[in-house]
Design a protein around this ligand. Structure first.
Ligand SMILES: *[C@@H]1O[C@H](CO)[C@@H](O)[C@H](O)[C@H]1NC(C)=O
Ligand SMILES: *[C@@H]1O[C@H](CO)[C@@H](O)[C@H](O)[C@H]1NC(C)=O
Ligand SMILES: *[C@@H]1O[C@H](CO)[C@@H](O)[C@H](O)[C@H]1NC(C)=O
Ligand SMILES: *[C@@H]1O[C@H](CO)[C@@H](O)[C@H](O)[C@H]1NC(C)=O
Ligand SMILES: *[C@@H]1O[C@H](CO)[C@@H](O)[C@H](O)[C@H]1NC(C)=O
Ligand SMILES: *[C@@H]1O[C@H](CO)[C@@H](O)[C@H](O)[C@H]1NC(C)=O
Ligand SMILES: *[C@@H]1O[C@H](CO)[C@@H](O)[C@H](O)[C@H]1NC(C)=O
Ligand SMILES: *[C@@H]1O[C@H](CO)[C@@H](O)[C@H](O)[C@H]1NC(C)=O
Ligand SMILES: *[C@@H]1O[C@H](CO)[C@@H](O)[C@H](O)[C@H]1NC(C)=O
Ligand SMILES: *[C@@H]1O[C@H](CO)[C@@H](O)[C@H](O)[C@H]1NC(C)=O
Ligand SMILES: *[C@@H]1O[C@H](CO)[C@@H](O)[C@H](O)[C@H]1NC(C)=O
Ligand SMILES: *[C@@H]1O[C@H](CO)[C@@H](O)[C@H](O)[C@H]1NC(C)=O
Length: 679
């Protein structure tokens, strides 16, 4: 797709959002990873061993294949991450014949004797083993029992486990189990499209946006398909546990944990909003967390049932932040009213942990995203608490409780002052982890910029530069979890570089880390891995809870989808700042790109934009179109790359318009053209 046809789409897409509230069709659809049908067939044969006849016929349901001889197997590749129940026709069998199925996300664990791990991490990598299809087999359609669902895999191995007799089979398929409430998995309400001349794959940005969207879809599941707790004994798995108050519900990962984790939702839900606007799974997840509040202490659980992990002050915060996100996107005030007494109790739980002398929260619920050193006056937790208080104030305003809003705002302001006094280390130009260390963590520094705990632009700029010092070949190695690259925290770092005004650094991070994640052949090249090590291996958290089991790592984790919302919010430039987008911001970053376009849907309608940046000699001309619902109001901000670059003229709808010192121009809803030219 070259610029000529792109400019044709530029107008088409602005003028023709579909009547059904779906995103317009266009070249971006070619990069959507979601299958066209909820019944998927193998896309290719990955490998085979022993006597397999006509294995190719299993591709796309083209006919029958025969396995003969004990241990003979065929490995089918679905082409992308999938999840669901396998069916196949057994065309001919002998009564003593038996089969087994093994599943894996990473191709590193293709083997006839074991799946990758989902029940429990074990250094032998073979905790889960196989699903037996025991003798006596009968001919006809066989379907995997529901309890044995594998929620995430790309490769399926079928092995003949009996010595006598061949088995002929056909019609091998997977009935996709995620997004149980939706027939057309590709019916997105949003899109993003930009060609990236600075990268080896010019469609990388569109693909990574889509990969994040698809990852969150694979994490959206039926309420009775959670991982069983207590974990199944070695050799087994079961995904028939109940996950919450209602389904569909959003969980952390496709293969595992298959439980609600509110921290993960801090990244996954913005992805969901800009791609499918399918927020019911989020409401069900938040309702589950708020419903499980401890009635005496006001503590929220760290994860949903049946895991029901307790004791995390940061994840407690994330449920409250998620509550605000859900309201901001949906405008569902009736739901906020319903959970309000539990919500306020949960905020009070945090406020009671604020030490009156120090003015910061003393973290006693130490569990967190896997970082080390949580506890006491921790900087990451206090940055998150600041965001809880500012968003709580805005919810209190929505609830018509101005006094409460003012009280929370006042406490947020005090926390911000205390934060800067306690953690800022001028010599390092960053925040430290707590008052007795010089470690400058990736999480607190990224979140402090993103949540505006910084009290000056200079601090944000300095932090952005400081964070880059952690980068290796594949991304930032988190000081607070040595040897580890965490796409969850990197998703916040990515946004922080944009907020700090360095889009080129943000793009470098995107290329470096998510470029690795999307293309590495150790993963699934369609959904996003939960974490990895500094050298790119998938031994994530080996020494920190995962028992040196790389087969346990999830390759479809919504918390790794930070680029999806970041591309929409900071590159395309469109975001909602008022409920349902009643107020919005259009603040694009050129980021070295000639063109970007996209948009999303809210209950108020379509929010779309499209821009081109063309440079001739030393002058750049920036042309944008924005199309948002009438009756809303917003602000356009001149791309940072053009600000401070000499005299600028801004025209809106063909009329010269004055911009404020910060490069902003107020706009009413509707359709506008904006031209920024360097004189
Ligand atoms: C990944 O690619 C490398 C280089 O081509 C190859 O050596 C390796 O076997 C591949 N790994 C897997 C799991 O396919
Ligand atoms: C793998 O380790 C688990 C314990 O974590 C054990 O129960 C299981 O038997 C082991 N599997 C094999 C094949 O040794
Ligand atoms: C889940 O499946 C296992 C294995 O079949 C079974 O023992 C258990 O009763 C099932 N649990 C539920 C809640 O259905
Ligand atoms: C093929 O499998 C599907 C399930 O994916 C089943 O509905 C269908 O009946 C099977 N076809 C035949 C011919 O048995
Ligand atoms: C609020 O918390 C109580 C427990 O204190 C629980 O019984 C109730 O269902 C919760 N309300 C909502 C709407 O989740
Ligand atoms: C934090 O609270 C715990 C539990 O109340 C207490 O033991 C600890 O001393 C406090 N930490 C600090 C730094 O005040
Ligand atoms: C302070 O931070 C360091 C570095 O993360 C950590 O090792 C230490 O345990 C923390 N102190 C407390 C009291 O949690
Ligand atoms: C504000 O902070 C003070 C002091 O920590 C606390 O007593 C008060 O409850 C907080 N207010 C609210 C509304 O949480
Ligand atoms: C930033 O925070 C520090 C520490 O509280 C304070 O001394 C300083 O005045 C603040 N700066 C601004 C611009 O608010
Ligand atoms: C950041 O906080 C300061 C007050 O500390 C406020 O003036 C400013 O508007 C905030 N910035 C944003 C983007 O919210
Ligand atoms: C942005 O980051 C790059 C490094 O990625 C750096 O060279 C450049 O100076 C930064 N620009 C600004 C304006 O800070
Ligand atoms: C990569 O790092 C992991 C964990 O630190 C280590 O176990 C592994 O040996 C390293 N691999 C290579 C190829 O260096």
């Amino acid at each position: 797709m070259r610029s000529l046809s792109v400019s044709a789409f530029l107008w088409l897409s602005l003028l023709a959002p579909t009547a059904l509230g779906l995103a317009p069709a266009g070249p971006w659809d070619a990069f959507n990873f979601a299958p066209k049908s909820k019944t998927v067939y193998p896309a290719s044969i990955r490998e085979q061993e022993g006597t397999v006849t006509n294995s190719q016929r299993l591709v796309n349901n083209a006919g029958s294949a025969t396995l003969n001889g004990q241990g003979t197997y065929v490995t089918l590749d679905f082409g992308v991450e999938v999840g669901g129940l396998i069916s196949m026709n057994l065309d001919s069998v002998v009564p003593t014949s038996s089969l087994a199925l093994s599943f894996t996300e990473s191709p590193m664990f293709i083997r006839p004797t074991a799946s990758d791990d989902s029940s429990f991490p074990s250094a032998n990598t073979t905790y889960d083993t196989v699903l037996p299809v025991p003798a006596p087999l009968t001919t006809g359609l066989w379907t995997q029992p529901a309890f044995s669902l594998r929620g995430g895999f790309r490769f399926l191995t079928i092995v003949l486990t009996s010595a006598e007799g061949a088995v002929t089979l056909s019609n091998v398929s997977c009935a996709i189990s995620f997004m149980p409430h939706v027939d057309d998995l590709r019916a997105y309400t949003g899109y993003f499209f930009a060609e990236d001349p600075g990268f080896h794959d010019e469609n990388f940005l569109t693909k990574i946006w889509m990969a994040g969207a698809y990852t969150v879809q694979t994490n959206t599941v039926a309420v009775n398909t959670g991982r069983q707790v207590p974990f199944e004994p070695a050799g087994h798995w079961a995904n028939n546990a109940t996950l919450g108050i209602a389904g569909p519900i959003i969980v952390d990962g496709a293969k595992r944990d298959r439980a609600v984790w509110p921290g993960d939702m801090g990244i996954a839900v913005p992805t969901q909003f800009v791609s499918t606007n399918d927020l019911i799974p989020t409401r069900n997840a938040l309702g589950t967390m708020l419903g499980n509040i401890n009635p005496i202490t006001g503590a929220l659980p760290e994860s949903g049932p049946p895991l029901s992990q307790l004791g995390s002050d940061t994840y407690h915060c994330w449920t409250l932040i998620g509550t605000h996100n859900y309201y901001l996107y949906s405008g569902d005030l009736a739901w906020v009213q319903n959970i309000w007494s539990n919500y306020t109790k949960a905020v009070a739980f945090l406020e009671a942990k604020v030490d009156p002398k120090v003015g910061l929260m003393n973290v006693t619920g130490l569990r967190d995203w896997a970082r080390l050193g949580q506890g006491g006056f921790n900087a990451e937790a206090n940055a998150i608490l600041y965001h809880v208080l500012t968003t709580a104030a805005s919810l209190a305003t929505a609830m018509s409780l101005p006094d409460l809003a003012a009280a929370w705002t006042q406490n947020a302001t005090a926390l911000k002052t205390n934060y800067n006094a306690a953690y800022w280390v001028p010599e390092l130009g960053m925040y430290r982890d707590n008052m007795t260390t010089t470690l400058t963590p990736q999480d607190a520094n990224s979140l402090a910029v993103l949540f505006n705990v910084t009290n000056s632009t200079e601090q944000a700029v300095s932090i952005s530069a400081g964070l880059e010092k952690n980068w290796g070949e594949f991304g930032p190695v988190a000081p607070e979890l040595p040897g580890t690259i965490t796409p969850f925290i990197s998703g916040f770092e990515l946004q922080a570089h944009f907020v700090a005004g360095n889009a080129s650094r943000a793009m470098d991070l995107l290329h470096r880390e998510w470029g690795y994640i999307l293309y590495t052949n150790l993963s699934v090249q369609s959904t996003l891995i939960e974490g990895f090590t500094a050298n790119g291996s998938i031994w994530y958290r080996s020494f920190d809870g995962y028992n040196f089991d790389p087969a346990y790592t999830s390759h479809a984790h919504g918390w790794s989808s930070g680029p999806t919302s970041a591309l929409t919010i900071y590159v395309l430039g469109l975001s909602v700042t008022g409920v349902q987008g009643s107020e919005w911001l259009f603040s694009p970053n050129i980021a070295g790109l000639p063109h970007a376009e996209g948009g999303f849907e809210t209950p108020l309608g379509w929010f779309g934009a499209s821009w081109t940046a063309s440079t001739q000699g030393s002058t750049t001309t920036f042309n944008a179109n924005v199309d948002v619902p009438t009756g809303t109001s917003g602000v356009f901000v001149v791309p940072r790359e053009l600000q401070g670059s000499g005299r600028l003229s801004v025209s809106v709808d063909g009329r010269k318009t004055a911009m404020a010192d910060d490069g902003s121009v107020s706009l009413a809803g509707g359709t506008h053209t904006v031209l920024v030219a360097q004189d």
